[in-house]
Design a protein around this ligand. Structure first.
Ligand SMILES: O=C(O)CCC(=O)C(=O)O
Length: 286
């Protein structure tokens, strides 16, 4: 049954506990965002004054040789890692047909009837490796997040094939393998700049736990009042993001750089065939 949109508990029960998600809320019909999703003003993004990131994506195919192109690209990566901590890459080695299929699979998964997704809600999921939900910590958040997600942890291929959602597991595994290869190259370049020549086992330790998530941001009637994923940093080395053509990824600058001043927001627009790379806390602390 559709929730009473005025009542936070009713919205919470429908969206979070029953697993209908924001997708279910939107499908049940609404013309304004329920109060439970309205972010306090200090949490909202100053989109009007955001700076549009306009550096060309870094061409990773140039890392394959040993000539001046290799060094130039390595410098671009190091500069991006040390300053904004976000950059885009093309010719990254992850097949483009795979990226397109991933977007189709994400739409497929989130368009499943709520009861098919709700089997992966944290309390009932058949595996601790797979979790479907909406806000990350809905009991604690001041405002709920305008998104639904499915998170899959990777331990090994066998467990992934056993536990990840049947219809998408092969594709997700292929993407994980392929993007991990790219992340290894990025780590070699980044650590190489610090004078470290990491071998495979050191890289594996640095990468640590691998996780894959698909996040769906349903169309929002008042996008200026809400956030999909609120302010955060990622804990690992590199996060690889595949955006669709809608966009909406903003980065806040922590200290003055060539990109802008402390406190400025930067919009990272979707770029065809590119992946977005985000430096995580672990790498930042090295
Ligand atoms: O969907 C996005 O582009 C951002 C997601 C994100 O930042 C995250 O999950 O850590």
């Amino acid at each position: 049954m559709a929730p009473n949109l005025e009542d936070r508990n009713s919205v919470f029960e429908f969206v979070v506990r029953q697993g209908n998600g924001v997708k279910g809320l939107v499908d049940s019909g609404l013309s304004t965002v329920p109060e439970a999703y309205v972010q306090p003003p200090e949490e909202r993004i100053d989109k009007e004054n955001a700076i549009k990131y306009d550096l060309p994506p870094i061409d990773l195919s140039k890392l394959d040789g040993h000539g001046p192109d290799h060094d130039e690209v390595a410098n671009q990566i190091v500069r991006a890692v040390e300053t904004l901590g976000f950059f885009q890459v093309v010719n990254h080695g992850v097949p483009l047909h795979l990226l397109e299929s991933l977007k189709v699979s994400a739409h497929y998964f989130f368009s499943l009837p709520p009861q098919r997704k709700a089997v992966y809600l944290a309390d009932v999921s058949p595996s601790p490796l797979v979790k479907y939900g909406t806000s990350y910590i809905p009991e604690k958040e001041k405002a709920l997040g305008w998104k639904d997600y499915i998170l899959m942890q990777y331990t090994n291929d066998d467990e992934a094939l056993q536990h990840w959602p049947q219809e998408i597991k092969e594709l997700l595994l292929e993407y994980l393998r392929s993007s991990t290869g790219m992340v290894k190259k990025l780590l070699q370049v980044t650590l190489g700049n610090l004078g470290v020549k990491p071998d495979d086992s050191m890289i594996d330790v640095l990468i640590g736990k691998k996780m894959l998530s698909m996040i769906f941001y349903p169309i929002c009637p008042n996008p200026d009042l809400t956030l999909g994923v609120g302010r955060h940093s990622d804990i690992g080395t590199f996060t690889v993001l595949l955006q669709d053509e809608v966009g909406g990824l903003y980065v806040k600058i922590e200290q003055d750089t060539g990109y802008g001043k402390k406190g400025d927001w930067i919009l990272i627009p979707p770029t065809p065939n590119a992946l977005v790379i985000n430096v995580g806390d672990m790498l930042q602390s090295i």
